[in-house]
Design a protein around this ligand. Structure first.
Ligand code: FAD
Length: 407
């Protein structure tokens, strides 16, 4: 016997899941949003909400909330390279909306509430474990809540369970492990400009970068990352990984000289292999980082998770109206998904592989310090406003080479 019924069940109430549930519920679909944790719940993240994410927040009617809460607007970037060349870049005019810093503890709870305000039902503390197809129009999910088994029935499932994805894995739709692991910790008493994003390509953490995102009132979110293959080989604990950046980088040492850590360092895998994933199966769509939409170069993933959710919700609506939730009826999502993410991902992967060479990072940051156009382009790429392919175009690459070479 089924405990819950809905037309659509969304598994995971992160930015992807709540966004999808919101757009479906707003269109009148009966949606159940299932989350294994209870809100408010934290998520390891830098809390940078880039303009692309803010655009989706606007479409969800949440821009006033962002402003009323007084979340810090981003004031630009401070970048440094392994040879300690640095550049300060102010926000460009490319984005229509500003970027913000919003703690995930608050953002994710508000997104889930917005889905509920639109009519979605939210089931917290419920871990979805596996799926069984009962017929072309019926799927049963088996879940666990407070030690009890639950059965949930629907026509269509949106898997938005993020990069850990034990549920998505059980569907057999994602094969490779996540590409990277990232870690972060909050500090108080940090020196620096509220709203500034510091990114340091510190030698000891290359090809990842270390970040210090100034949240205001002396608080900062400090983090770094590592590729999964190195992580599994070296097995650093998360504190060591963070300390490697915080203790070795002179800019970090200066910002954090009087700072105190707030709580523990927390880490999460990071998935950015969207171009290799087929996000559609009979009765199922994969959404957000479960489908590998993280930005391979910047590590940004909130905006792309929300964007993939919007695309999935549009396809789901059409398929429900047509009465065909087979892989064929849902195939438009795969087309839109790959049109949205593949080209960006491929060029970002190429740019990222160049950035494993300290000399290439030194050159790019020196060029940005010398040429305003290069600085603007780097800013827009890192904030997800422009494809990294722009930096790889022969004319631009030549400009970086000329301006970035020491003379
Ligand atoms: C250290 C670090 C720093 C980062 N910094 C930034 C940044 O500054 N800006 C940015 O844009 N991105 C950043 N990212 C990436 C960003 O956090 C993710 O891309 C984003 O959270 C993806 O959203 P999502 O909704 O797809 O998945 P998630 O946010 O992971 O949400 C998945 C949800 O599903 C739930 N869930 C999982 N399994 C189940 C299940 N079986 N049943 C029920 N519920 C389940 C989880 O509890 C969670 O609530 C960072 C990542 C890391 C690790």
């Amino acid at each position: 016997m089924s405990n819950y019924n809905a037309d659509v069940i969304v598994v995971g109430a992160g930015p992807a899941g709540s966004t999808a549930a919101y757009f479906l519920a707003r269109a009148g679909v009966d949606v159940l949003l299932v989350e294994k944790n209870h809100f408010p719940r934290d998520k390891a993240c830098g809390d940078s909400v880039a303009p692309g994410a803010v655009e989706v927040l606007e479409r969800m009617g949440l821009l006033d909330w962002v402003e009323q809460q007084g979340y810090v607007r981003q004031t630009g970037l401070f970048l440094s390279s392994p040879n300690l060349t640095s550049v300060r870049i102010f926000p460009t005019r490319t984005a229509r909306l500003p970027a913000y810093l919003i703690p995930r503890l608050e953002l994710d709870e508000r997104l889930a509430q917005q889905a509920v305000s639109a009519g979605a039902r939210l089931l917290e503390g419920t871990l979805v474990e596996r799926l069984a197809r009962m017929g072309p129009n019926e799927v049963r999910l088996f879940a666990r809540r407070a030690g009890q088994m639950l059965e949930l029935t629907c026509r269509l499932v949106l898997a938005a369970d993020g990069p850990h994805q034990s549920f998505t894995r059980s569907l057999g739709m994602v094969f490779s492990p996540p590409d990277a692991v990232a870690v972060r910790r909050y500090y108080e008493g940090v020196e620096g400009e509220p709203g500034l994003l510091e990114l340091h390509w510190e030698k000891s953490v290359l090809p990842a970068y270390g970040f210090i995102f100034h949240m205001g009132n002396g608080r900062a979110n400090v983090g770094t990352g590592m590729f999964a293959r190195d992580f599994h080989r070296l097995k650093p604990n998360l504190h060591e990984l963070l300390d490697r950046f915080a203790n070795n980088n002179p800019y970090a040492r200066k910002s954090l000289q009087n700072a105190r850590p707030l709580g523990r360092a927390t880490g999460m895998p990071f998935r950015d292999d969207a171009e290799r994933i087929h996000p559609v199966a009979d009765n199922v769509l994969l959404v957000g980082e479960a489908a590998g939409v993280g930005h391979p170069m910047s590590g940004e993933g909130i905006g792309s998770a929300m964007r993939s959710a919007e695309l999935a919700a549009q396809t789901a609506l059409d398929a429900l109206q047509q009465g065909d939730v087979s892989a064929r009826g849902l195939s438009d999502y795969a087309r839109r998904f790959h049109a949205e993410f593949d080209a960006w991902h491929q060029s970002a992967l190429l740019a990222r592989s160049l950035l494993t060479y300290p000399s290439a990072v030194n050159m790019a940051i020196r060029a940005a310090a010398r040429r305003h156009e290069v600085a603007t382009l780097l800013h827009d790429i890192l904030l997800g406003l422009v494809s990294p392919a722009e930096m790889l175009k022969p004319g631009v690459a030549l400009q970086v080479l000329l301006a970035g070479t020491v003379l």
